[in-house]
Write a protein that binds this ligand. Structure first.
Ligand code: NAP
Length: 490
């Protein structure tokens, strides 16, 4: 890792007028600014803006409680640029040198591509061609998801980026890796011998990863209908969570050591084939339903801009098996979907049951120990244990020991994008995905897509506002398991 903490930088923000920039990136940059990060930003997109109207747009995207806006906004500049018109790049050179000198940025440059993926390769090509990627300082390319739509296209994209940037200059964002409790998984596992000692097939019965959304497809219909839940959520976020739970302890907590261990997990995930795909994966699509407030919800096929015969999955549940010494035989269940009853990201580690034990007349009434990692919206941990019920009944009752990130700490806590941009400025790519991680996770997903196609696997419908199709429950029931209901810190 090249440590360049607190170095000033010029950020080229491609897609400066877009949803991601307005909802996440400007407030992340504001928080970095309040932490004394020196930077200037050139916002780039096709729409017409002056520096002033661009600053108004940023101002409107900041949360209302934000103070000291004036000095912050003054470091933002807007230039019109169309990725498909190479001449728009040429005019940037002089301007960026001017900003370099004005803000003493030492030629350090981040090119943040908050653009539709079809523009990633062209943007990198034009950055090289125009000479903008030639600088006396360091340069880094931040790239949003999705990184390709299968292994082949992701390799093509990667090859084209490598013409302009080295692998260690490419920061592939998976914003889940910037989340507080996701970063806590490694600490929980590797700083607590009591967990590491039992973190294996001898003591763990199964692992359940849920990433549920209540929203429907909304205004992302065009993108989503061609993508689906498998590519949108499983290939990236879910695979990343799975690797963090399953990886071996790295030799050092350094970028390449951590990434190396994550890749080993992906290599060990058993690929799907036409024989196991229907037994181990469920494809779902929401139909009409009602939400928690008893409001009616449209089915996916009734959503705007969705083909009336669309077979795109809005839900996936799967059982992954990891063929290595630590995890042989332990199912990793994952589920993700839109229009589910609750929005949450959490991981449940279910420990094995007691063996027959003379101290308990009815072992079946003693529930399993559960370690729950709450990633969002709650952030914390809970550990479910059995204790004696007070009095003389002789019964056991479950209790939960909880740790919750406290409200004050959470208010001051960096959000995922802020943390990841700060890491990028420092040159720390640990929490970004390396090319081989992307490639292996595409191999897994490609094996599923391929088998679905060959077997013509249809979608199973589930009511909007539910936790998915019945087949997702059956997936676990055949192994004697069940989904734990989403849990809460309160
Ligand atoms: P968006 O709202 O559609 O914004 C796209 C941006 O690209 C706009 O600023 C648009 O501005 C600009 N643009 C479009 N065509 C262009 C061209 N030919 N040349 C230059 N600029 C062009 O998309 P988004 O939601 O912000 O997403 C951006 C990226 O982040 C995507 O890769 C997406 O998958 C990823 N992402 C988004 C979210 C999210 O919550 N939004 C979350 C995770 C990842 P003009 O129309 O003015 O050119």
């Amino acid at each position: 890792m090249t440590e360049t903490a607190r170095e000033p930088v010029l950020i080229f923000l491609f897609g400066a007028t877009g949803d991601l920039a307005r909802r996440k990136l400007y407030s992340a940059l504001y928080r970095l600014y309040t932490r004394d990060q020196e930077f200037a930003v050139i916002g780039l997109a096709r729409r017409t803006h002056t520096d002033e109207t661009y600053r108004d747009l940023i101002n409107d995207s900041l949360p209302s409680e934000v103070g000291q806006r004036k000095h912050f906004l003054e470091r933002f500049y807007y230039r019109r640029l169309d990725i498909t018109r190479p001449e728009s790049f040429a005019s940037l050179s002089t301007f960026c040198e001017e900003l370099d000198a004005r803000y003493h940025l030492h030629g350090n440059r981040i090119f943040y591509l908050s653009l539709a993926p079809c523009f990633f390769a062209e943007a990198a090509k034009q950055l090289k061609k125009s000479g903008l990627a030639e600088t006396k300082g360091w340069k880094r390319l931040v790239i949003e998801k999705p990184f390709g739509h299968n292994k082949e296209s992701s390799k093509e994209l990667n090859d084209s980026l490598l013409h302009a940037f080295n692998e260690n200059e490419i920061y592939r964002i998976d914003h889940y890796l910037g989340k507080e409790m996701v970063q806590n998984i490694e600490v929980l596992r590797f700083a607590n011998p009591i967990f590491e000692a039992i973190w294996n097939r001898r003591y763990i019965s199964n692992v359940q990863i849920t990433l549920s959304e209540t929203l429907g497809v909304g205004d992302r219909a065009n993108y989503y209908d061609q993508t689906g839940a498998l590519l949108d959520m499983v290939q990236n976020h879910i695979m990343q969570l799975l690797t963090l739970v399953a990886m071996e302890p790295p030799v050092r907590l350094e970028t390449n050591d951590v990434r190396y261990e994550k890749v080993k997990v992906l290599k060990a995930v058993r690929p799907m084939n036409i024989h196991n795909v229907t037994e181990q994966i469920v494809r779902g699509q929401y139909s009409r339903g009602i939400d928690a407030n008893r409001e009616r919800l449209r089915g996916y096929l009734d959503e705007n801009n969705i083909r009336s015969d669309s077979e795109t999955e809005t839900f996936v549940a799967a059982q992954f098996m990891i063929d290595n010494y630590r995890w042989q035989g332990v199912p990793f269940y994952i589920r993700t979907g839109k229009r589910m009853s609750e929005k949450a990201t959490q991981i449940v580690i279910q420990f094995k049951k007691l063996p027959k034990n003379p101290y308990f007349h009815n072992v079946n009434h003693v529930g399993p120990n559960l370690l729950v990692i709450y990633i969002s919206p709650d952030e914390g941990l809970s550990l479910k244990l059995n204790v004696k019920e007070t009095g003389e009944t002789g019964n056991t009752i479950p209790i939960s020991m909880k740790f919750r990130n406290n409200a004050l700490a959470m208010e001051n806590m960096q959000d995922a994008y802020e943390r990841l941009i700060a890491d990028c400025i420092k040159g720390d790519s640990t929490n970004f995905t390396r090319w081989d991680e992307v490639a292996y996770s595409w191999e897994i997903v490609d094996s599923i897509v391929d088998s679905w196609k060959k077997r013509h696997v249809p979608v199973d419908y589930y009511e909007a506002g539910s936790m998915g199709p019945v087949s997702a429950d059956e997936l676990l029931e055949k192994n004697g398991h069940h989904w734990w209901p989403l849990m809460h810190m309160e």
